[in-house]
Structures are given as C-alpha cells and as structure tokens.
Design a protein around this ligand. Sequence first.
Ligand SMILES: C[S@@+](CC[C@H](N)C(=O)[O-])C[C@H]1O[C@@H](n2cnc3c(N)ncnc32)[C@H](O)[C@@H]1O
Length: 214
Amino acid sequence: MSAGVADFFCREAQRLRYAARSAFKLLQIQKRHQIIRPGASVLDLGCAPGAWLQVACQSLGPLDKGGVVLGVDVKKVKAPADHCDERVKTVCADVMRLDSRFLLDHAQLEHGFSVVLSDMCPRVSGIGSKDTALSFELGFKALRLAVGGRFKLEPEGHGLLLPGGAIVIKLLEGEESQGLFKLCEGMFRSVVWTRPKATRSSSREIYLICKGLK
Ligand SMILES: C[S@@+](CC[C@H](N)C(=O)[O-])C[C@H]1O[C@@H](n2cnc3c(N)ncnc32)[C@H](O)[C@@H]1O
C-alpha cells in the first residue's frame, strides 16, 4: 500500500469520527468474514485508543438486539463517544496477567464470549526476531484465554470462547505464526490468514481469523 493510501485511511478515520485508522482493518475483516453478529458478546484485547470498540459496537446492531463489548488495555481507555453506546465497557489491565474468570466477571457474562479480538502489539524494538517473539506471546495468551480449558492449554480455569465462537489474532509474521496456525486448525472449523488493505505496506502484521470453535 502506498503512503497515499495510508493517508486516505487516516483522513477517512477523522471524517467518520473513528479513534484511529485501525477501524478500517476490523471493518474490512468484518465485511469479509462476518465475525461479529448482532447481539454478540465481544472481548477486545489491546483496545486503546478505541477504534475496534467502535466497529465492534456498530456490528452489534440496534440496542434492543443486546450484546456486550469489553475492551482491555494496559493504557487507560474510555469508550469513544462516537459509535459506542452503553454496551461497551473498558478495563485497564495487563492481559498477560489475566485469567478468564476476571474477564467474564467484568463483562457480567456467565458462560463466555462469542468473539475474541486481539489487536495487541508489543512496543516495537526494531529487532525483528524479538518483536516477532513478543507479538507471538501476546497472540498465544489471547488464544489460551479463549480456548485454554477446553484444549488443555491452561492448567486450570475454562476458556472464555463459546462453542462456535471466533477469534481474530494479530501477529507479526514469523516462524512461530505458522505454528499457531496449525494449532488453531485442530480447534476451529475454519482458519485463515488475512491482511486487510488498511494495513501499512511497511508492516509485517497479519491477522489469523479462526471461526467455529469445535
Ligand atoms: C495497535 S494498538 C490497538 C488498536 C486498537 N485495536 C484500536 O483500533 O483502537 C495495540 C494495543 O495493544 C496494547 N497492549 C500491548 N500489550 C498489552 C498487554 N499485555 N495487555 C493489554 N494491552 C496491551 C497496547 O497498549 C496498545 O494500545
């Protein structure tokens, strides 16, 4: 993607009152893969500054359809006033230290989420192998939270993704990412990579889209 296209998404984000240009990545994923259904329960890991919260809330449909979006970030973040409503809640926490019970309690859900999104990324050091490994750790933690108990990835506690549910995981492309793909193939009915058009051409990020938790 050229710098001109990148600028296009920045301008569009401002015009449409999204918190960041990253909104278009989830919009493009949503258009192609229909991850979030009306009334869904969505966990958004690494949610600051809130653009994915906005797109997730829009995707829930009208208020009377219900649904919930819980955003988590190490940075303090409030649900943006535009495109978000009372169904969006946020919590400031380090995902690496969380367990599934904490997240279910915060979302006031008894059984689980229908969708888990992880757009988490580490503070980039510029050392390729180090950044890839850190990104993998964040993505793998998201997967463990989602499916841990059911697939024995966690010693205890239950995974917080409902059967049939979907997870989207951002990773920096590397050897480890193929391992995660293979692991997910055993757990989900459909597993694909995607690179939304809104991704900057200089970025190594790719998204793993897993649908239909077995
Ligand atoms: C690319 S930004 C997310 C953008 C967001 N999806 C949006 O559209 O507004 C990545 C976020 O991951 C968060 N993050 C990184 N490591 C984290 C961790 N261990 N726990 C919680 N959040 C984390 C960062 O603070 C950062 O805000």
